[in-house]
Design a protein around this ligand. Sequence first.
Ligand SMILES: NC(=O)c1ccc[n+]([C@@H]2O[C@H](COP(=O)([O-])OP(=O)(O)OC[C@H]3O[C@@H](n4cnc5c(N)ncnc54)[C@H](O)[C@@H]3O)[C@@H](O)[C@H]2O)c1
Length: 466
Amino acid sequence: MTTTPPSPRDLLHRRDLLKLGAAGLGLGAASALTPGLLQAGEGGEPQARPIPGAAPETLPAAPPLGTVRVGFVGVGLQGGSHVENFLKLEGVDVVALCDINPARNTEVAGWVKAAGRPEPKLYGRTPTDFVRMCETEDMDLVFTATPWEWHVPVCLAAMENGSHAATEVPAACTLEDCWKLVEVAEARGKHCVMMENCNYDRPEMLVFHMARLGLFGEILHAECGYNHDLRAIKFEDQDEGLWRRWHATQRDANFYPTHGLGPVANVMDINRGDQFAYLVSMSSPSRGLQEWREVHVPAGDPKWQERYVLGDVNTSLIRTERGRTIYVTHDTNLPRPYSRIHMVQGTRGLFQGYPNRVYVEGRSPAHRWEEMSAYLEEFDHPLWKDLERISRGAGHGGMDFLEDYRLVKCLREGLPTDMNVYDAAAISAVGPLSEWSVANGSRPAAFPDFTRGRWKTWPRLDVVRA
Ligand SMILES: NC(=O)c1ccc[n+]([C@@H]2O[C@H](COP(=O)([O-])OP(=O)(O)OC[C@H]3O[C@@H](n4cnc5c(N)ncnc54)[C@H](O)[C@@H]3O)[C@@H](O)[C@H]2O)c1
């Protein structure tokens, strides 16, 4: 099986460098909290005031689909788990699978047949065989769960050939590629959804629900991250070990920000009333992979030729257009228990993850945490109540099922998807922007406005039911 990524990418295109070079100059505008932008809304939550004269816009949607005909590209650990979820959903036909590992392709095709569905057509003769699949098959949706460097080529091939696209995280690794996704989705009128499953985890949805009800007051600050000891996985001779470690040889950045930042972006109405304005970033020295290799990799193994440049702990700070602040870490090379931090703080209280706890002024004992369980019965997100039973046993504690359920429902009913191409671009942009900031003395790097101003009038996400 060949999973060697293509040659290193031009991570910062000249156009991006010009934009980033202007970041410092743009700071005055970015850092000034627009006077009068906030006004009290129901439940004490601030609302974005519509810009005078601007027509309120609806979020992008597409005509409803009776049945979603889907093709999967990359059916490894995560892609296979999505296939399993799709086989449980109504109104879905899995028409094609494309994986360069023929044994895995056949195995997953067997699951489709075992579910009593027609046999999917198989692709994957070469690493770009997904193009032939997109040109040949009649599909509504192409879903990629490949290594990161393939996400954008697959999404573009899908949309150029008339399908919606869904991609595992992050959607893109460069600003240039973020723009390509936005531009092609707009030109073709297609969805390009970044599948951030942590948006659907129970604590994250509880916090979203509580924030919408105003329990935390006006949300001002959040802390999140991807803090996961991946050393053993990165050095395996299978699955993610075949491609993930390579990124640590190429970039020193916060390049997997989506699990922590996705849920925070939802709570803060990013692209729906607020927007990421700029970030600053710094990385610690790089030691973890080198020390793991010393102990676990025999002399003479080709892995000894690799040079790791990824700082073990990257810390980035984002400021939003409305002046809110977000702390985002990436920490995958050191011994540690798992955490996405998941802290959301407002004028009346806060939630703090790992372990999950809550403080709400006037409700919690003064200055003391309460356990999340004290709030779950009253404030559990309705979607979790609706889908708890059917999602049991699905990937990552069931949240992956909720994520796939929502995607299919939105496509079948012609609704805007929960995450759209602008969210995919803005959240993925943390990777290249943090890389630039780290390499430039932690200078501020401005986020492009992928929405071209529409974030000011797009409506907030609803608290949805099944
Ligand atoms: N959301 C989550 O919780 C979560 C968890 C794990 C992985 N992921 C993401 O899912 C994606 C895949 O990760 P994984 O753990 O499944 O990795 P994996 O290595 O298990 O699977 C990747 C699959 O892609 C196939 N592949 C590689 N290049 C291909 C190409 N050009 N065309 C077709 N198939 C190709 C491989 O053969 C493999 O089967 C990554 O983007 C990763 O970040 C997300």
